[in-house]
Ligand binder design. Sequence first.
Ligand SMILES: [Fe+2]
Length: 345
Amino acid sequence: MLFHELNRAGCKTYLAACEQTNRAALVDPLKDRVDRYLAVLAYHRLTLDLIIDSHTHADHRTGVWDLRELTGAKVVMHRRAPAPHIDIHIDEGSQLELGSLHLQFLHTPGHTPDSTCIRIDDRLLTGDTLLIGGTGRTDFPGGDPGAQYDAITKKLFALPESVRVFPAHDYRGNICSTIGDEKRANARVAGRSRDEYITLMNNLGMPLPAKIQEALQANESAIDDDSLKFPTLAQLSEVRQLEPGEVDSRLHSANPPVLLDVREAEEFSGELGHISGSILMPLRHLPQRAKELDKFRDREIIAICRAGVRSTTAAAILGGLGFEHVCNLKGGMLDWSDAKLPVER
Ligand SMILES: [Fe+2]
């Protein structure tokens, strides 16, 4: 296997390739280094098959969309990833072949709901779940320290101790460690109970990344060309969230809400389907098309998307345009379908 970290910086991008077939995967590419990755692929005469994000990043814009457009390779993320245009959704236990290489995926939520680790032979790419001597923060939207503790101690620490750990970040000059090293000495997890870990993670008091606003919503929506002015975190936090069951009961009331689905057309008619009667208005077009919703200003509008993330952005945008009764379907069509509520395709 050809295996390289390509950034030589605190934020890591890994290249893994099969030397027999020259098929390659990139994991966690940065938007501003896409040229460099293409040059490395060309230098080694590799064909890019898979572009994988270990999770939805908040600290940099992902390079997956540019790489997909330029190479035709497939974008791979966990099914909980909020973005559209993901070619392969993986889940716990999913496996993908890359020439003679075998990629195994573990769902390790906690840093984000869509966090995954990728095992290739004796290497484990741990994203921002398990870092060398640390763990990924759990204070972003959707973060869950208890889930992260379980993922690390029950899934990752159950792997052979010799498995090598390659994280998505390291700011102390480390290259890799092993499962055994982290089990024994990880400063956050080793010797801590689940409750102690949750308390620790809830009190880290770390500042937010400098560019979280422009990175996170661009990565969540696959809109990274500055065509949309995203709401602030404060505006997002004001959006009222409704559980699927609550939305369903409102739909059966005397005064049912307007359903506004902000996904792409292919998602609307895709695997998850849509709720009957929904209006399709992709997030990218919302500011231009919001006028079409003027006739519903007095009614309740419920914004809907895949994971409830893009639709929270949509609800905040409508709030900014003076729509006063906009809520969000929490967890989106993923939670709606998990609740076995009816859909149309
Ligand atoms: Fe991250």
